[in-house]
Design a binder for this molecule. Structure first.
Ligand SMILES: Nc1ncnc2c1ncn2[C@@H]1O[C@H](COP(=O)(O)OP(=O)(O)OP(=O)(O)O)[C@@H](O)[C@H]1O
Length: 927
């Protein structure tokens, strides 16, 4: 009976193996048929895509666009998106527009609290006499007044005669009996008739002509004695008019002079006079103090500079959240991005300027009412332009909104408060060295402060404000306009340069001297830029798999597993019509002194109508591969062709064919799901009714119709992932890159995502990365497993399971916690406990164990009561097992690429699965 039993068991095993083989062959055949169908579908799809309109409207003929770059189209898409975004940001924008109102209100309050200033205008006499002002005391004593020609005793008589004495004090006639004390000489001039109010002639020569000279004497100040009545021992009474040209602190030296005269006349050296000063009687007008004095101009800086925080933080926000990269991947050209961002910032700035001007006019600020409108308006515009390009420039150095906001605030407060100081210390000071001068002059806020100061200085003392015809009288003004415009150009250039060369996490970075490289002037991005497969082959002759390869390459091929060799040959072959061809792609990162090989010589192709799974453990290089394909990173070596466009020299065109669902949710929190889809739809050249239809359909597909108008920050994680998926699929791009589209989502969302991906599979080539093996099984037609950036195996799911899979998984549940391990180890060689949940244990049954399923059935049935086995089952291992095997570092690993190719396939060379694997390779080669 026994042999019979064995025979039966063998037959059952053969049947099972046969079934597996058949299934694998059927799978493969089905796969091929599917592929054919997909190709046909794809051809049809490329002709016309027609969507039925549920409402019975006319069908909308949506020709699948040839996504050529169109400046107007991208501009319009981004412009509309920015309008939507700014609308959502309306609170911040209103607050910004109110900043000048706040600043001018503060200025007005300060102005109200400041006493008015009196300006002479020959029309309105001021009240006379004005109150005394007691000057600060100087630590200066004039022991005696000395005059070479005049007898001081005459002082009294000249006054008594009602005649005046015009004295000139000059340093050139300084004499002193005691060299410790500086003395002022009293210089006599013509005597004249004393007048209570001096004639215009006197005023002209004494009070208001600063630095004037009378005769040979430098004019400093003059005394006019009206009355001098000094009685020894009694009080003294004087009435002295002082005409001063303000070149000396006149009021402070009056007191010592008075004391000297008094002591001389009275002979009492201990007596002291306290002297007060009051303005010379004059015609004047009483005016409110204008706030805009050089030292007070910081208010204008505050008023027009706080928006800079918004300029910087908006740019950094889009950088930090990778929104800029996401737009780039959607094909957006950076020149469009910067232009539109610039325009929106400038519009906000203009609003601020007009609010400021209107409000200042209402409050009659002299800066605005006295100066010609165009003079300060042009200045404000130039400052705005410079400020925005400066903001873009400094944004290059930040990758966090928080830091950039704090630093911008500090910068604004510092420059506003210190501009006057910096101007005086470094710009006006002739001793400043050139470097300091240039650096200080180049700070836009310092230059603006200087210009504002010149404008306000023009109208002080009731002078007329600045107009264009008088602009050259203030020789600094034209150069300041020029300086601000020059700064605008300089910072624009510097910003563009920095964007290209400053290292950041993403993007294609240029060499600092890229402009010296020939390739730059030939409009190529970086290094060699092969455009065809042949060129790529030639360029990489040393490393690549090439159909025309020489002996070296053949020996390289010998080192690789057959599935990888096959993939290489197919990818490089002329028959390859795949939408994605990745050719010896490598990417290394340099971190400090370490080099990280994230992707290592990856070669594969993905056909249209195929969902290709890129699987591997954390850090294996999946995301990096997708980032290189989407243009976020430049490849270190190799290249890829996407929809016929090489990512090295036609990245823009390649990106037009791409839809990307990044690993993170790259979305504007303030914008709604619908607004996102509209924007990305427009980026794919969709517009009008077609756009609306497609957006509505996308929303329906990912079940976000009800939440379409909600701001994305209110979405759940699953909703965001679904939106990301919808964005990547909008416009049905030829190639879709999905980086873990279901990471962290619930089962409900996952099913939705799966359905959508499945429905799009026939229309595009999809590359999907996932850690969910069930997902890979459900969605992927072919998978590739990579580890440490290297491809470990590639093929259809079923084939891989057969070729590399570990056989079966056995699950056993027991009544009690009985030790069945021993029993199973005896029954099945090489069985391994994978995990245990409560009383259920799962074991990996490797194919190498030579397990006869029928024998296992019998053994378990016979022993189930002994071990309290209540339930048990066996199934074929899934992709998970393949992944574990493929990425195992075990030296016996049969798919270790460093091993000889004989070890690549299962070590049992007689195993039928080998045939299947080889067949598959051949099949694929002809696929
Ligand atoms: N910008 C970078 N700078 C330096 N190293 C990087 C950078 N991006 C990725 N790497 C490194 O490259 C390797 C591959 O990373 P990658 O993100 O591509 O892996 P992955 O397979 O996508 O991982 P996961 O499944 O966790 O997303 C890792 O070692 C990672 O540390």
């Amino acid at each position: 009976m026994e042999p019979n039993n064995n025979n039966n068991n063998n037959n059952i095993d053969e049947d099972i193996e046969l079934e597996i083989k058949k299934k694998a062959n059927i799978d493969r055949m089905l796969g091929d048929i599917e592929l054919e169908e997909k190709k046909k579908n794809e051809e049809n799809y490329h002709m016309d895509v027609t969507f039925d309109d549920d409402d019975g409207d006319q069908d909308i003929d949506l020709k699948v666009r040839n996504h050529e770059f169109s400046f107007v189209n991208q501009f319009s898409a981004l412009f509309k998106k920015s309008i939507a975004y700014q609308k959502r940001q309306y609170k911040t924008n209103i607050l910004q527009a109110l900043v000048p109102v706040l600043m001018i209100s503060i200025m007005s309050l300060v102005q109200l609290a400041t006493p008015p200033i009196l300006y002479p205008d020959n029309q309105h006499p001021i009240s006379f006499p004005p109150p005394f002002i007691f000057p600060p005391t100087l630590n200066l004593t004039v022991p005696y007044l000395v005059s070479p020609t005049i007898n001081l005793a005459e002082l009294g008589s000249c006054c008594q005669n009602n005649s005046g004495l015009l004295g000139l004090f000059t340093t050139s006639y300084q004499t002193s009996k005691d060299p410790q004390y500086p003395a002022l000489g009293l210089i006599p001039t013509e005597s004249f008739q004393f007048q209570r109010y001096p004639s215009q002639k006197v005023l002209d020569y004494s009070s208001y002509h600063q630095g004037a000279t009378i005769g040979n004497f430098d004019f400093l100040m003059s005394y006019i004695f009206n009355k001098l009545n000094v009685k020894p021992g009694l009080s003294a009474e004087t009435d002295i008019a002082l005409l001063s040209n303000n070149t000396v602190s006149s009021s402070s030296i009056i007191s010592p002079i008075h004391n000297a005269i008094y002591k001389k006349l009275t002979g009492d050296i201990n007596s002291t006079l306290i002297t007060g000063v009051r303005p010379f009687p004059n015609f004047a007008t009483e005016e409110k103090k204008d706030m805009i004095q050089p030292q007070e101009n910081f208010w204008y800086l505050f008023m027009l500079s706080f928006c800079m925080v918004i300029f910087v933080s908006n740019v950094v926000y889009e950088k930090e959240n990778r929104l800029r990269e996401s737009m780039k991947m959607a094909g957006l050209r950076m020149r469009v991005y910067w232009l539109v961002t610039y325009m929106f910032n400038f519009s906000l700035y203009l609003v601020i300027v007009f609010v400021a001007i209107a409000f200042a006019y209402i409050l009659k600020f002299k800066f605005f009412t006295e100066t010609s409108f165009s003079v300060y308006f042009v200045l404000f515009i130039l400052f705005g332009m410079t400020q925005i390009s400066f903001s873009f420039f400094i944004s290059v150095f930040f990758s966090s909104v928080y830091t950039s906001t704090v630093v911008s605030f500090i910068y604004i407060i510092f420059t506003a408060l210190s501009s006057n100081l910096l101007n005086n210390a470094f710009i006006e000071n002739p001793d400043t060295n050139l470097a300091t001068f240039v650096i200080t002059a180049l700070v836009p806020h310092v230059a603006f402060h200087r210009a504002v100061s010149y404008i306000s200085l023009a109208y002080v003392d009731n002078m007329p404000g600045l107009t264009w015809d008088r602009i050259f009288e203030h020789h600094q003004m034209p150069s300041l306009y020029g300086l601000l415009f020059g700064e605008f150009l300089l910072f624009t250039l510097l910003h563009q340069y920095m964007e290209m060369v400053i290292p950041s996490s993403y993007g294609v970075r240029h060499h600092p001297l890229f402009f010296l490289q020939k390739s730059f002037w030939h409009f190529k991005i970086y290094g060699t830029s092969p455009t065809t497969v042949n060129q790529i082959n030639n360029n990489q002759n040393n490393q690549n798999m090439n159909n025309n390869s020489d002996n070296n390459l053949t020996s390289v091929l010998d080192m690789l597993p057959p599935d990888i060799v096959d993939e290489n040959r197919y990818t490089y072959s002329n028959e390859c019509s795949a939408s994605v061809r990745i050719m010896n792609l490598s990417k290394t990162f340099k971190v400090m002194n370490r080099t990280i090989q994230a992707v290592d010589n990856l070669t594969l192709s993905v056909e249209k109508g195929q969902c290709f799974g890129l699987l591997g453990p954390n850090g294996s290089g999946k995301t990096t591969t997708l980032c290189v394909l989407s243009g976020l990173y430049s490849p270190t070596k190799g290249s890829a062709i996407i929809d016929g466009h090489n990512i090295i020299d036609s990245l823009g065109k390649a990106q037009q064919s791409l839809g990307v669902c990044a690993q993170d949710d790259v979305l504007w929190g303030e914008m709604s799901g619908r607004e996102h889809l509209l924007f990305y739809g427009r980026m794919k050249n969709l517009n009008g009714q077609a756009l609306i239809k497609i957006v509505n359909r996308s929303l329906e597909e990912v079940m976000l119709t009800d939440a379409q108008h909600k701001a994305v920050r209110e979405y759940s994680g699953g909703m965001k992932r679904r939106l990301m998926l919808a964005i990547s699929l909008i416009g049905t791009p030829s190639v879709v890159l999905l980086d873990e589209p279901t990471a962290g989502v619930d089962i409900y969302s996952r099913r939705i995502v799966w359905n959508v991906i499945n429905s799009y599979k026939s229309k595009c080539a999809i590359i999907l990365t996932t850690h969910n093996m069930e997902e890979a099984e459900v969605l992927c037609d072919r998978v590739c497993i990579i580890d440490n950036g290297q491809m470990k195996c590639i093929g259809r799911n079923g084939d891989l399971k057969i070729r590399y899979g570990a056989g079966h998984t056995l699950s056993v549940s027991t009544e009690h916690d009985t030790d069945i391990n021993e029993f199973l180890y005896r029954t099945i060689p090489d069985v391994k406990l994978i995990h245990q949940i409560s009383l259920t244990k799962s074991y990996a049954v490797p194919r190498s164990s030579g397990l006869k399923l029928s024998a296992l059935f019998n053994t378990i049935l016979n022993n189930k009561d002994n071990y309290g086995i209540t339930d048990w089952g066996i199934c074929q291992s899934g992709l998970e097992e393949v992944l574990l095997q493929a990425t195992s570092t075990d030296t016996n690993n049969h798919i270790n690429v460093n091993n000889n190719s004989h070890n690549i396939i299962h070590h049992d060379t007689n195993n039928n699965s080998n045939e299947i694997a080889m067949n598959t390779i051949v099949d694929h080669q002809h696929a």
